[in-house]
Write a protein of this length. Structure first.
Length: 120
């Protein structure tokens, strides 16, 4: 288990430096909407409307943009069904599930501690 930035950089030279791809992935995954969309998808395959209701406060434009980014990064799968009316479902990929297995403990910690942190 990695315990520090120094250890990460010892394993992957330049990780999290200015021009490193890790910064791009970090921005996509840890953005406010990225985290919330990924978190919503941990409950299973979801359609657009349900995802928009679950991620309260997100605009249609931001949801579309966030889903496109997470899909391009390989965290989210989009499945379109050839039906009338059209039906589209979103789910985590294996990469997304692996990521969320690691992020869910952090999300739990934040939920447990947010009130006390914000109250200060």
């Amino acid at each position: 288990m990695v315990v520090s930035l120094a250890e990460i950089r010892a394993e992957k030279d330049g990780a999290f430096s200015h021009d490193c791809p890790t910064r791009t992935v970090l921005d996509h995954v840890m953005s406010k909407w990225g985290v919330l969309v990924l978190l919503a998808l941990t409950d299973g395959t979801t359609r657009w409307g349900q995802l928009r209701r679950t991620v309260e406060g997100i605009s249609e434009k931001m949801l579309a943009s966030t889903l496109r980014t997470l899909e391009a990064d390989g965290f989210v799968a989009r499945t379109a069904f050839p039906e009338v009316p059209p039906r589209v479902e979103y789910s985590l990929t294996a990469r997304g599930e692996d990521l969320m297995a690691r992020m869910l403990p952090l999300m739990g910690w934040i939920a447990d501690n947010a009130d006390g942190i914000v109250a200060r």
